[in-house]
Design a protein around this ligand. Structure first.
Ligand code: FPP
Length: 235
């Protein structure tokens, strides 16, 4: 294959941590610990490939249904990750932002989220969206509420609302739509990830479990992406 075209925005559904641990006779949370390590390595690798925006699905609005023990373990991993992230990614100039409803996290975690965004805010490299307590439907509900508020306050006119205007109310305002969405762990569904933004994304499901995901697996997804013929509804 000749010169590869790099997707501008890549989304990743990091699935399979639990199964990875189970296969080794370890508790599920150990899978998340290894998954967090993969998260860092892969974000760094992808930023070096020239991708402009990377969105990683870390915790969905549905993940609270898991056993409390596992949810607590994931929150601890986030906490440790955030403490480290205050310095991590600095050398790679990665700009970290969080998408999702952060209001439900512990005050300590919320402070860390805000602080992580603050230290990274002037960075010019890849934009890394970390989706935490994120749900595509929840994002749309929030957008609708804010649009209604703006209509009520005469800041916007109902008839003039366009698709572009709706985009401005999403967490990903001013970002390009994802070109490629990768899901590890072998399932073939979107699981409430970037519902509005994914209208024309290429979806690529891989059997590999997230903690095993390596740079070469990302390269494979990009090669497949280059073989696809994107028509955006045209012919
Ligand atoms: C999916 O695997 C993974 C999660 C729900 C949690 C993801 C969390 C991380 C990768 C930690 C890294 C995140 C940050 C912000 C450092 P699963 O548990 O659904 O796996 P299974 O399908 O095998 O059960």
């Amino acid at each position: 294959m000749g010169e590869l075209y790099m997707p501008r925005h890549v989304g990743i559904i990091m699935d399979g941590n639990g199964r990875w641990a189970k296969k080794r006779g370890l508790p599920r949370q150990i899978g998340h610990t290894y998954g967090a390590q993969t998260f860092k390595n892969i974000a760094r690798y992808i930023s070096k490939q020239g991708v402009k925006v990377l969105t990683l699905y870390a915790f969905s609005t549905e993940n609270w249904k898991r056993p409390a023990e596992e949810v607590n373990a994931i929150m601890k991993i986030f906490h440790q990750y955030l403490v480290d992230s205050l310095t991590d990614f600095r050398d790679d100039d990665i700009k970290v932002v969080f998408i999702g409803d952060r209001s439900v996290f512990s005050p300590e975690l919320i402070d860390l989220i805000n602080e992580s965004e603050e230290v990274a805010k002037d960075r010019k490299g890849m934009l890394l969206n970390i989706a935490m307590n994120y749900g595509g439907r929840d994002e749309i509900v929030r957008a609708v509420k804010n649009i209604c508020r703006d209509v009520k306050e005469n800041k916007t006119d109902i008839e003039s609302i366009s698709e572009k205007d709706i985009e401005k109310y999403l967490y990903t305002a001013n970002q390009p739509d994802p070109d490629l969405i990768i899901r590890t762990g072998g399932e073939h569904r979107l699981s409430n990830f970037l519902l509005y933004q994914a209208a024309y994304s290429e979806f690529y499901s891989m059997d590999i479990l997230w903690p095993d995901f390596k740079p070469k697996d990302f390269d494979k997804a990009v090669e497949e992406f280059n073989r696809r013929n994107r028509r955006f509804g045209g012919v």
